[in-house]
Ligand binder design. Structure first.
Ligand code: CMP
Length: 135
């Protein structure tokens, strides 16, 4: 079964939206097969976002992800990567449809509440970072 690594980022945890966000994935019929709350180290954040390391916002992105607790999940289901990305909505909340998580809960392109893997290869790479014990 296809897997996705999903993060509820520190703004989502700070705003106590974890339960509401998880229930959106569950209502769709997806399975959460691993879940934990962690305060990521800089090393984890930098490894997770390595593809953005040359972007001007990289340092801001790492500071954001490491400022508080993150809820990390492995979600499984048919076409889970495409399905979760649709549920999350566009990266820029101004472009995200109102029915999506970002459309409902986020205002900023930087602090956009959730992350989800963009391909099966990214999912397997990211799962190893956040759930090394599960491998
Ligand atoms: P995510 O889907 O986790 O992948 C990369 C993250 O970088 C993205 O969500 C945002 O949190 C952040 N991001 C993307 N574009 C910008 C931007 N222009 N300025 C600041 N942060 C950004």
């Amino acid at each position: 079964m296809e897997r996705s690594l999903v993060l509820i980022k520190p703004d989502g945890v700070e705003r106590r939206l974890v339960g509401q966000i998880i229930s959106i994935y569950e209502r769709k019929g997806l399975n959460i097969t691993a879940l934990k709350l962690v305060k990521p180290s800089r090393e984890i954040a930098e490894t997770h976002y390595v593809e953005h390391k040359d972007k001007p916002f990289f340092s801001e992105l790492v500071t954001y992800l490491t400022r508080g607790m993150v809820c990390a999940m492995i979600i499984e289901g048919p076409n889970v990567i495409e399905t979760v990305r649709k549920i999350n909505g566009a990266t820029d909340p101004a472009q995200a449809e109102m029915g999506t998580i970002r459309g409902q809960f986020a205002l900023s392109k930087a602090e956009n509440i959730v992350h989800a893997s963009d391909s099966p290869e990214s999912a397997e790479r990211e799962i190893k970072i956040w759930f090394p014990e599960a491998e």
